[in-house]
Design a protein around this ligand. Structure first.
Ligand code: DX5
Ligand code: ZN
Length: 222
């Protein structure tokens, strides 16, 4: 079963509670929270206080995507704030610090994810697989919503799906960037199990219809 994870980056931050309730009621499984520090990516978004407030207002699964440098410094605080899953970037620190950050997330009783940017090969994930509940394949350069899906990521996605099936079965394979009703069937067919969508959900006036459209498009018969 494919999970849909609307990204609040494209939501109305002045009406966050009702925005979140709308996608929950429409059947979205996860809520994707994009955290940007202005250093790892050329944009600044939201952080720990927003995760804390979301946790008070919803029981949705909070999928927190940290696009920040040296995430080891903050993963514990995001766990304590109420994240259910914290994903960090492989490119954001030295390998040993990445492993320690992943261990820290799991020591907090939360799920750990590792993301790779478009130019990082899927094989770079191999040394980390034993620490992971999720891998996140970026299908745009991280930093902004509303960008076009990079079609050449489909090959990488298929390769990562093969690695996961062989070495870490049960680990989720998430995709993020440019996912809409036209690209959803492509990524599902290539092995994605969790689909992040920002503008394709919160950019639409009717969120229930948007989620239904994504759901239908993700229902790819093998
Ligand atoms: C981009 C973020 C995405 C973003 C996706 O750096 O990680 O989660 O919200 O937005 P769309 O779905 O509009 O490409
Ligand atoms: Zn994201």
């Amino acid at each position: 079963m494919i999970k849909l994870a609307p990204s609040i980056l494209s939501a109305d931050f002045c009406n966050l509670a009702s925005e979140v309730e709308e996608v929950r009621a429409a059947g979205a499984e996860w809520l994707h929270v994009d955290v940007m520090d202005g250093e790892f990516v050329p944009n600044i978004s939201i952080g720990i206080p927003v995760v804390k407030n979301l946790r008070k207002h919803t029981d949705m699964f909070l999928d927190v995507h940290l696009m920040i440098t040296k995430p080891r410094r903050y993963v514990g605080q995001f766990c304590d704030a109420g994240a259910d899953l914290v994903t960090i970037h492989l490119e954001a620190d030295e390998p040993q610090n990445i492993i320690e950050a992943l261990e820290d997330i799991r020591a907090h009783g939360k799920k750990a994810g590792l993301s790779i940017k478009p130019r990082t090969p899927g094989s770079a994930l191999l040394p980390y697989l034993e620490y992971l509940d999720l891998v996140l394949i970026m299908t745009v350069e991280p930093g902004f919503g509303g960008q076009s899906f990079m079609r050449d990521m489909l090959n990488k996605l298929r390769g990562v799906r093969a690695l996961i099936d062989q070495y870490r079965p049960g680990c989720e394979v998430e995709v993020d960037g440019g996912i809409d009703a036209s690209t959803a069937p492509l990524v599902v067919d290539s092995g994605a199990s969790v689909l992040v969508a920002g503008s394709a959900v919160f950019g639409k006036a009717d969120r229930a219809a948007a989620i239904e459209e994504l759901r239908m498009a993700s229902d790819v018969k093998a």
